[in-house]
Design a protein around this ligand. Sequence first.
Ligand code: GRG
Length: 262
Amino acid sequence: MQLEQELKEKTADIEKLLERMLPEEAGLQKTIFSAMRYSLMAGGKRIRPLLIAETYRFFGGTDMALAEPFMAAIEMIHTYSLVHDDLPAMDNDEYRRGRKTTHIVYGEDMGILAGDALLNYAFETACRAFEEESEHALRIGKALKILADKAGIYGMIGGQVVDVQESGKAVSGEVLDFIYRLKTSALIEASMMAGAVLAGAEEGQVSRMEQIAGKIGLAFQIQDDILDVTSTTELLGKPVHSDEKNEKTTYVTWKGIEKAHE
Ligand code: GRG
């Protein structure tokens, strides 16, 4: 109960932080600001920024002004990935986080642009750490590199490429683990590594965080696979049985539901 309450309060603080970091909705391009806000403020679990904050504190970080730009940035990157994943060319989903997906509300063109905008604005936002904290420029630079690498072709985008490419095909356990490690674990790894780096953790400690986060990410994705067959659209806020629709191999189709739970 205490953990639940704590989670609720910390999630509410993250919501306020995201609100604060979003661009003002003014100017000729204001449609994009509105689409970014619509996507970002749709009420996800905010797990990734929470992991940055907790890892930062765990390694002795006290000045939240250093971690906050990164907390907002990782949620923007995560949200962009969801917006693009929902597009007609990818999963073609109409619901996410309990409401209509961005391209359904703003059109496909603005859906693509809102994803692009969130990705770019994530780095604009993370760079604000330099304004808040000139003393730790090296730590900020290292955390920026982690964010860029883990979101990129050797991280989340790389995983999504193989996932899309292999949809409709029977995938080996090795390939499935590759997809999960990149598509899902990479951003969890980025969160825990960036939190550690910003707090001044040593290299060895940062790689321990990477290993731990990799396993958390795998567990997180297996749970996502399970919920896709056992939960409801109302509870998840997104369509269930989407893996079946997209003919995807998952831990549930590969190992069966009981083994997946284990
Ligand atoms: C389009 C480059 C690109 C990547 C897309 C993240 C992703 C890759 C696709 C989204 C679909 C999916 C099942 C991804 C695996 C990671 C995952 C379980 C995401 C959902 O994260 P949650 O549960 O979502 O944290 P909320 O809404 O709570 O933030």
